[in-house]
Ligand binder design. Structure first.
Ligand code: ADP
Ligand code: MG
Length: 300
């Protein structure tokens, strides 16, 4: 495209809340055949909330909530924030919100899995099934049923283990964005296929995927795994775009032919992307491609 055409399209994009960082992004976007979407915060609203909670062993709700808060308060993950908020509400409900919280020692973040630490002499783990497997915590039948049932309802489960015994769990929901399924079907009409990659588990990812009508789902992928998925799709011959919001999406945003960041996302993702969707609305994925198609057809 000529510098003038790029300038016009970039200006038009900016006025629509689609920030295009340079001519390459604009020239590549019209060739996109596959779009890979991150799940949390991209296809979903990204504001998880706890909808249920259950104890699996003899432990007081006070101890359970206190330990969960002590561990998760140190985590930046949105799921951790939802769990802390819910545990706080439970403490309030029972009138022990003013009781002293214990501090966690040896706190550690396990990306894509959860957190670990020690409260007094007790080892505590808060996270998903994978975290429990990493620490050889057995998942009994009752826990397994609770987790599976919730995952099939598109919820993510957070398990809390104390001394290698699962004490309880929370089910978290993060609703899909209202425009998600319409955008995906519109993309299909443009002969663009949609794929989801997420660090979350397969059951939850598949359930969310069918809610939005996505073509393919890849779950339990770490940040580099997301980038590998992009490269794999490129090797199959497609020009690939990635849409994401998290730090864990940045390698994939860089690997993609066009990386698009959700405006409400992390600075790291915004920096890694070629295009920023300032309104955080998925319809602007189509806006960006349209702008590129129009610019490129005017040139040829
Ligand atoms: P995504 O790719 O969907 O943005 P992440 O890679 O950040 O997901 O996390 C994947 C999964 O790891 C989450 O769905 C959750 O089950 C688990 N997880 C990560 N951090 C935490 C935490 N602090 N507390 C509980 N669970 C966590
Ligand atoms: Mg995300």
């Amino acid at each position: 495209a000529t510098p003038t055409a790029v300038m016009v399209a970039t200006g038009k994009g900016a006025s629509l809340g689609v920030l295009i960082k340079g001519g390459n992004a604009l020239q590549n976007a019209h060739k996109i055949k596959t779009i890979v979407f991150d799940k949390t915060g991209t296809l979903t609203v990204g504001k998880p909330a706890v909808v249920s909670f259950q104890l699996f062993c003899v432990i007081s709700e006070e101890d359970f909530c206190g330990m969960t808060i002590a561990a998760e308060i140190n985590s930046e993950h949105p799921i951790a924030k939802a769990v802390v908020e819910h545990a706080r509400l439970l403490r309030q409900k029972h009138g022990f919100e003013n009781n002293q919280l214990t501090e966690v020692k040896d706190f550690k973040v396990h990306p894509g899995a959860g957190v670990s630490g020690k409260i007094g002499e007790k080892a505590i783990l808060v996270g998903n099934r994978r975290l429990m497997q990493m620490f050889n915590v057995p998942i009994g039948g009752e826990v397994d049923t609770y987790v599976s049932e919730n995952e099939h309802l598109a919820r993510t489960c957070v398990l809390v283990a104390v001394e290698e015994i699962i004490a309880g769990g929370f089910a978290v929901t993060d609703p899909v964005k209202p425009e998600a399924s319409l955008v995906i079907s519109y993309l299909r009409s443009m002969h663009i296929s949609s794929v989801m990659v997420t660090g979350d588990n397969w059951a939850t990812a598949t359930a969310i995927g069918s809610q939005v009508g996505i073509d393919r789902v890849f779950a339990e992928t770490d940040p580099l795994g997301k980038a590998d998925k992009i490269k794999e799709l490129q090797l199959q011959g497609a020009s690939v775009a990635m849409v994401g919001d998290g730090i864990n999406d940045s390698p994939a945003l860089v690997a993609a032919d066009v990386g698009m960041a959700i405006g409400a996302g992390t600075d790291v993702a915004i920096e890694a992307a070629d295009i920023v969707l300032m309104k955080s609305n998925l319809e602007d994925v189509v806006t960006a491609i349209d702008l590129s198609r129009k610019t490129m057809s005017r040139i040829r």
